[in-house]
Design a protein around this ligand. Structure first.
Ligand SMILES: Cc1ncc(COP(=O)(O)O)c(C=O)c1O
Length: 454
């Protein structure tokens, strides 16, 4: 997302803590003390809940990572084809596939490239349609439109923020080739229903697991349930190297095609066989990733523990509803920790007022995605292109424009999403989590003051 880094920095910079100063009657704070319902909100001059504390920084960096990069720089092997078997990229592919219990991995230069590699390798192109969610990064959509296929964006579930399979079912037609479910925030979408739909209509499933490293659904790692799964290793992600991506899968032939596509159409056998751009990851990126994998499982476990703690404590606040999780979720990734804002429990003030009050308490949440992608200008752009006019009937393009209506997504973007950047912050201590809960609870308990916030 465009303002992602800015938001993350604001969040990290703004959060701070004073929990001990919370006063005496009203809700019981997570520290066991009672908190004064008359406590003055920090935005109106009271003491902030959190101050002068920092969060674990992200991206994660340690001396092992520095040494791995230095070794690669000194080796002068910077391109993966110079050491195709034991280089850092090949090593990352083997180790990442093993961590996910996947047969194969092909690294790429970004998550967008990983997704487009799959679109191309599955032979999806002009005249074909791919159903996905508007509540995502533009990389999801870009991976479809660069192949001149049609992304059909359908509405999402209000509580899970995920693709709604019942709505997906209504948009399947004879041109539909694939569903691209997004495990948004890093937690699994309703894969039981999505896989059943795909099976019924003979569709491919390309999992956009760009936010979902190491999350699990019914005993399988996210990214390994559909035909192929894709990850982003861009800086903010929980396993990252600046810019990077990976495709994972178990189908030998398909994964061989993925390698060929990302290698400008040139196969492992050295023949130039098909259409593909050059999407190769380089050895310096591989060097960072191999070293990042060392701590990845421990960090994933910690984020899950902290997320579970937050969710258990936030039950006390009816005005914030943690992201709904589907039956079958065994763990999340918690790239982001998100909640739905319910203004009726906050004296009917808009989300912007709540966010301001919370930031003043030292806990800055973000509203995340500003616009669902069905509202961005790329839609009119592609509908005006000669390729789309040639490959889709005027009636289909008219219907496409008319059905691009996602009211739940709009409501989440405009009124409800509350997001905590989690890659670094969810590696914090229990006291850090208590600050988040106490800040939210303080604003909730003192919601009568919110109407005075300018
Ligand atoms: C859900 C989702 N899909 C795709 C992408 C694209 O990944 P990348 O930025 O590595 O190209 C992202 C990145 O933020 C994402 O969050």
């Amino acid at each position: 997302m465009k303002n992602k880094e800015l938001s993350r920095r604001n969040f990290i910079g703004a959060v701070s803590a004073v929990s001990a100063g919370m006063a005496t009657t009203g809700f019981t704070s997570v520290f066991g003390g009672a908190t004064d319902t008359k406590d003055k909100l920090a935005i109106l001059g009271g003491n902030p809940v959190r101050q002068n504390k920092s969060w674990p920084q992200w991206p994660y960096m340690d001396e092992k990572i520095v040494a791995s990069v230095e070794k690669t720089v000194r080796s002068r092997v910077w391109c993966r084809i110079d050491n195709p078997v034991n280089g850092t990229v090949a090593t990352f592919e083997k180790e990442w596939a093993a961590m996910l219990n996947a047969k194969h991995c092909v690294a790429t230069g970004s998550g967008t490239q990983a997704l487009n590699t799959c679109v191309e390798a599955l032979g999806i192109g002009p005249g074909d349609e791919v159903i996905t969610s508007p509540y995502t990064d533009m990389g999801t959509i870009a991976s479809i439109i660069v192949s001149r296929a049609l992304p059909v964006l359908v509405d999402i579930d209000r509580e899970s923020f995920q693709l709604d399979p019942a709505i997906v079912a209504k948009h399947i037609n004879a041109n539909t080739k694939a569903i691209m479910p997004i495990h948004v925030m890093g937690q699994p979408c309703d894969m039981d229903s999505i896989m059943a739909l795909a099976q019924k209509h003979n569709l491919y499933v390309i999992e956009d697991a760009c936010q979902a490293h190491l999350g699990e659904f019914r005993g399988k790692k996210l990214g390994t349930i559909g035909n192929v799964g894709c990850f982003s290793h861009q800086s903010s992600k929980t396993i990252c190297c600046g810019e990077g991506g990976s495709v994972v899968g178990n189908d030998d032939e398909l994964m061989d095609r993925c390698y060929t596509v990302q290698n400008h159409g040139t196969s492992r056998r050295g023949r130039s066989e098909t259409i593909g751009s050059k999407y190769r990851m380089n050895e310096l990126e591989g060097a960072i990733l191999v070293a990042q994998l060392v701590n990845a499982k421990e960090q994933w476990k910690r984020r899950n523990e902290n997320a579970a703690y937050l969710t258990s404590k936030l039950k006390a606040c009816p005005g914030v509803v943690p992201q709904k999780q589907y039956d079958g979720m065994e763990s999340g990734s918690f790239y982001l920790y998100t909640m739905g804002y319910r203004k009726e429990h906050f004296n009917n003030v808009d989300r912007s007022v709540f966010l301001k009050a919370l930031a003043a308490e030292g806990v800055a949440l973000s509203s995340y995605i500003g616009n669902g992608l069905h509202r961005e200008p790329w839609v009119e752009h592609i509908l005006g292109l000669k390729e789309y006019k040639a490959m889709y009937s005027p009636a289909r393009l008219k219907q496409y424009r008319e059905k691009l209506d996602c009211p739940v997504c709009d409501k989440i973007c405009n009124e409800e999403m509350l997001m905590l950047w989690a890659s670094g912050p969810l590696l914090g201590t229990k006291a850090d989590m208590d600050d988040v809960v106490n800040a939210i609870m303080k604003v909730y308990e003192n919601r009568d003051q919110l109407t005075k916030v300018k």
